[in-house]
Design a protein around this ligand. Sequence first.
Ligand code: SAM
Length: 258
Amino acid sequence: MSLGFNGDVVDFYQKYRRGYPAEAITTITGKFSLTHNDIALDLGCGTGLLTRPLAETVRAVIGMDPEPDMLARARQEGGTNITWMLGADTDIPKLTAVLGERSIGAVTIGQALHWMDHDTLLHALFPLIRPGGGVAVVTNGTPLWLHDNPWSKSLRASVEHWLGHKTTLTCGSDAEAQQRYAESLRANGFTVDTDTVEYEDELTIDEIVGGMYSALPPSKLPTPEQRPVLAGQIQRALEHDGPFIEHVRVTVLTGQVP
Ligand SMILES: C[S@@+](CC[C@H](N)C(=O)[O-])C[C@H]1O[C@@H](n2cnc3c(N)ncnc32)[C@H](O)[C@@H]1O
């Protein structure tokens, strides 16, 4: 069953989702002492926004995702030492059987753990990772419609009016979710730490609308004919709220195998 990362949503994802800052990648590679002898796994890799920078510091990366359309786009974007693999969190025990225990230096999960059964997954990941390596749960900031500023509030009101319901989805970026993930890491034997990278960026209306479309399931995505109508509504709703500065707070929650 598709989760909704398919069709036109993939194009919006690839065009409008921001990549991860270099400091977030060096945090992961430094913490787990990754070298060109290591293999890494990027679980829920999507179009490969986190997979590709990670691949520069290790021997090989497996980018794994259950959505064929996301993987097809990831493959198109390239990566010579990356193997793109169709699979989900539930496939980890089988992957461990293929690769062997303690064979992986790092498992990264970027903006995707909220889709998975994190307790079962983290338990399954522990034997796959070598000592000193670990899991990095990365969130790439708060969703655009949940910031505490006038333009984000106007965006939220406009989108909720269009959808006909509230939009409260935090994609695992809220403190409560982070706490749950940290506790689960600890309970499964990992040593836990959190690092953050913060910066500001100015967005255009086009980037705000595209970023929002990239987060909608295809069933909620406006038709190509409706898209300019909604974009116009958002533009009017935000016209007195510029400049559109996004404060991006990237969190890297790590669980290290002792
Ligand atoms: C918001 S996207 C993040 C993609 C990428 N990691 C990034 O940071 O841009 C979430 C991804 O998780 C994937 N996903 C959903 N359920 C999953 C599961 N059970 N196991 C692995 N990946 C899953 C989706 O297909 C989607 O590509």
